[in-house]
Design a protein around this ligand. Structure first.
Ligand SMILES: [Zn+2]
Length: 486
């Protein structure tokens, strides 16, 4: 087994304070880390990092790779309206398996170049070619060398079933019949696990029921049972728009979180993206479980979806990770930006004593991310996976430990990323991608975007037909859930 020493780096994670040390790697894992740790391995291959800063690779715990090709799609639209334009319910762009591969590559390259080594990708492939589509996305991550947990995102109900259409006259007419039979949908998820569960330690298959309101109770319950029986992990969306409070009232007995708990879904193998509209009782309920909430501050801000109660969740002891969300709602995959926002966004609400700090942000990113993925990442310690990002010290100007954490959380947006290692292997070395032909992928992506944007007028026309009704539903749901309106 080849041993590699990354020598003379400032090591920074939740336990290392930025002091100079070595990291010894063998078999894709850290063997030893600390001052002069490499001295015991005189014949090992050595890379001298000359005082650059070595941190665990950032973990993006929620995105959608099928959207990476659609940056800049919308502006000033609330979440439910955005959903119609972006993908669901509209005449959305249909991506072939090759298109999905290219889109995943585009997002993956952006993540690697900005220091992210692990991603949890809720990927949606058209039902017509779901097997080939999901395989293409998995292949993209295999080729790129990133660590990826890819959830096959599925639903059996029409998008309009998931918003409170009954609040306005004529709203229910928007709802179309179920898209597919639950057993059909579940069979495709089962096949996905069959094909991929033993194929790679680095690229893993997950289950991804879109959200509780987008699925029949039969399908969601069957997905939970499947996760448990096959030992698979799961990611879904939770209370991502204020309108979901009304849906909880009519379909889930008032509390979506209690409904999920009673179904057996609040387990350590499950993570829940957004988790915005949880009341205090639900925050406690969530914290009492071992499930992970994934905070997506940039996307939530852009869609005006609300600010997740992260200070309350952290105070209650909940497990929280952070994610970029998909590029058609964020629009970057840059986890330094998400890290900064995840920490700062709460300062407009509570008093300073409740504000998450840079260390809290890094804890959410590294420790929360590791829990969402179920992988030993996010730390530089013997036994952990050797996933690192190396930052150019001449661009970060390292300060004492406490300030260095602040610099990483608030002062860096990825331009200092020099090299990135996954499983101890370089995927970015001195700013050059080592695993794939980046220029060829970018050329293919240019062709794909031309095709994608040509369908935009049709998508917008469909949206404009629906817009008045969507705005009435949004307004009605807002009034119903605003505490000041009683
Ligand atoms: Zn999402």
């Amino acid at each position: 087994m080849t041993t590699l020493i990354l020598r003379r780096a400032r090591l920074l994670d939740l336990d290392h304070d930025g002091s100079i040390g070595d990291v010894v790697v063998a078999g894709g894992r850290v063997v030893a880390a600390g001052p002069d740790a490499g001295a015991a391995y005189p014949s090992a291959e050595t890379v001298d990092l000359g005082g650059d800063i070595l941190i665990p690779g950032l973990v993006n715990a929620h995105t959608h790779s099928n959207q990476s090709i659609e940056k800049g799609l919308c502006d000033a639209l609330p979440l439910d309206a955005w959903m119609v334009v972006a993908s669901y319910g509209g005449a959305g762009a249909r991506l072939s398996p090759r298109d999905l591969y290219v889109s995943a590559m585009v997002g993956g390259l952006e993540m690697i170049r900005t220091g992210t080594t692990s991603v949890l990708d809720c990927a949606r492939a058209d039902l017509e070619w779901i097997d080939e589509g999901m395989d293409a996305i998995m292949q993209a991550y295999l080729d790129l060398g990133m660590r990826a947990s890819v959830a096959i995102q599925f639903s059996d109900l029409d998008f309009f079933s998931s918003i409170p259409v009954e609040l306005v006259p004529g709203g229910s007419a928007l709802v179309r019949p179920p898209l597919a039979r639950p057993d059909q949908v579940l069979a495709s998820a089962d096949r996905f696990l069959d094909r991929w569960e033993k194929r790679s330690e680095r690229v893993r298959p997950l289950l991804g029921p879109s959200s509780l309101p987008r699925c029949s109770t039969e399908l969601f319950g069957a997905a939970v049972d499947l996760a448990r029986s096959r030992g698979a992990r799961m990611q879904t969306h939770l209370l991502s728009a204020r309108s979901q409070i009304d849906v909880a009232r009519t379909r889930f007995g008032g509390s979506t979180v209690a409904f999920l708990r009673d179904m057996g879904a609040l387990e350590d193998w499950a993570s829940f993206a957004h988790a915005i509209w949880l009341d205090e009782r639900e925050q406690m309920m969530f914290a009492e479980s071992e499930a992970v909430a994934v905070h997506n501050p940039a996307s939530n801000l852009k869609l005006g979806a609300g600010v997740a109660p992260v200070p309350g969740l952290l105070r209650a002891g909940a497990r929280v990770a952070i994610g970029s969300d998909g590029a058609s709602s964020n629009d970057t995959q840059n986890m330094f930006e998400t890290l900064k926002l995840a920490t700062l966004i709460h300062r407009v609400q509570g008093p300073p004593a409740t504000w998450p700090t840079a260390a809290d942000g890094l804890t959410m990113c590294w420790r929360g991310g590791a829990r969402a993925l179920g992988a030993d990442v996010g730390r530089i310690a013997a036994g952990a996976l050797a996933d690192f990002t190396v930052l150019d010290a001449d661009q970060v100007w390292p300060a004492p430990a406490a300030q260095l954490r602040n610099q990483i959380a608030y002062g860096e947006l990825g331009s200092a990323v020099r090299s990135v290692y996954v499983d101890g292997l370089p995927v970015l070395l001195d700013r050059r991608v080592t695993t794939v032909d980046e220029a060829a992928i970018r050329a293919e992506a240019r062709e794909l975007t031309t095709r994608i944007w040509s369908s935009l007028p049709d998508r917008l026309a469909r949206f404009e037909e629906l817009r008045p009704m969507l705005e009435r539903i949004e307004a009605a749901a807002g009034l119903r859930s605003d505490p000041s309106c009683g």
